[in-house]
Structure formats: C-alpha cells, structure tokens
Ligand binder design. Sequence first.
Ligand code: ZN
Length: 332
Amino acid sequence: MLQTKKEKLEYYLNAFYSLGEKLNSQTPHTISLNYNKHKGHIIFACLIHGNETGTLPAILKCIKKLMNKEIHFGGKVSFLLGNIEAAKKGVRYLESDLNRCFGNNYVGKETQERKRALEIMPILKTADVFIDFHQTIMPSLKPFYIFEMNRESYFWARATGGATTLVTRKKGAQFSSAGMCSDEYVRSFQKVGLTLELGEQGFSHEAESLAFEVMKRALKYMDQIYLNNFSIEKLCKKNNDFEFLSITYREPFESPKKRLNEGFCNFHKISKNMVVGSDQLQNPLESPKEGYILFPKYPLRNQDGEAELPLPGEIYVLATPTTEHPLNWQQI
Ligand SMILES: [Zn+2]
C-alpha cells in the first residue's frame, strides 16, 4: 500500500521514468509515442504546478494502455511532466510560477522554472492539440476549463468533455501580466491549447478518472480528424454546450492583514454585499457583486495574523455568466 503522498508520487514518477528510458524522448521528463499513421501531434501535460499531482496516475495509465494496445492511436502523443523538482518538494513552484514562464517575450528572472519552460517550449511548438491538466489550491464544487476564448480550443474542450463549465475571456486580455501560460503559448501558434482544472490539488480518483476519459476521447478524435477528416466542430455537438463564465471582479490582496472567511471553495455562490472576510483594518470585506468565487486564497499566517509573503495578486476573484455566447465575441 502506498501510504503517503510522497510515496505515491515516487511510485508514479519511477514508473514514468522506467517507461521513458526505453523510449528515449528528447525533452526531459517527457514520453512520446509515434504511431506514424498520421501527422497529428497531441500533448498532455501535468505537474506544471508541482503539487497538482491528481492526474499523474491517469497519464501513466494512458501510456501503459497505449503500449499494450488496449488504446489504439495513429498519430504522435506526448506526455509531459512540468515541474518535477517542485512536485518532489510538494510545492507549487520553487522560484517562480512555471505557468507564467512561457513565451519569447518573457521579462522575468532566469529562474529554474524559466529554464524548464525553455526546455518545454520546443515540443509545445510542435503540438496540434495541447491539454494541460491542473488542479486548484482549494476544493472545487466542479471541474472546469479555463482559457482565453478561441474557436478551435472551445470545440476541443466541449468534445473531450471533462467539465461542463468554461471560464473564459476575450482574446487579448492576458490571463496574467507576469508571463505566458503553457496553453497561451500553444495558442500563439494558432494551435489548440486547453487548461482543465480537476478539483483540489493532490491525488484523487475523480481527477484520475476524468483526466483518463479526456485523454481517451482526445486520442480518438485526433484519429478521426487526421485519418477520416472529421470536424471537431461537428464532433463537439455530441456534448451539451458549456456554462460560460468570465472573471469580472478581482479582489486585490494588497495587505498581509487582509483575510477571507474560512470555508470558501471554488464556485461557492456569493451575493452582493455579502461579508466574505476582513480588510487590512479588520473592517468587513464585502463582495461588490453577485458571482461565483474562484481561486480563494488562504495563505499561511504568522502569530500577528499576517499572510506570508509574497502575497498572491488577488485574494479571490468572482466569475459571472457571460452575457452572450463567447463565439459571438469579436476577434476570436
Ligand atoms: Zn495549476
């Protein structure tokens, strides 16, 4: 029995590397399988944030089933593990957030994560479809996709399932001013890039089974598109459309004294003027509008109740339903 998180992680990483040794992949911490029946290349990633381990077992399962022919695929598929060093330490990142380190216009420090991004970028450049599995810091009432609106990526997300909610934004509104995310980087080449958030960080059966189903379906659709000229736009109609949300409010985390009330998880519904915490002067912190809370932050605090530094940019954000179908947004 694998008791601790650390033992589990070690077990899955060892399994990954022992399979990888035989396959001699060019990108470190990556396994590629090429069946050469068509040119399509799909990449699945996990551990871009080190402590989001929930989908690693699904990655292993998918590789094994491909290798023993329980899953058939005709193109090239790569499985990429993002931030191994952070994963081993059980943290999100070591020096900087890997998911803000992509792109050629990066202006941040030359951190370990930036070095890893530079290792990963060449293979991401060859992806036709890229699915990045993540998890949230706090529990979530449901899984969700989150990425900038883009026709093809939206069709792929809807086709592969895994979530019925898409948190999206208009093109050009970069997710973070710090640097590019992995999926943004892939979309910058007019390819498909998706981020799927599968519950609270850590190993879980739900994250594992959802990620596995998404990968299985995505591989099937790659074959149907690249071998049989199917259209992803048509394939996606098998599933109901998403509930579309956009982040319309960000509560700044400007003071270490500011805090959220305990117990919020992703998608808790918040009403206007609801007291959600206390501000830097310990006055009630009210929600300015109705919406669903996303990414609530509960950092460690010292004896004086001050949050440990560096503070995240926002203590929470609010997502609200989009007023129109995002396909109607201009320039997508
Ligand atoms: Zn993440």
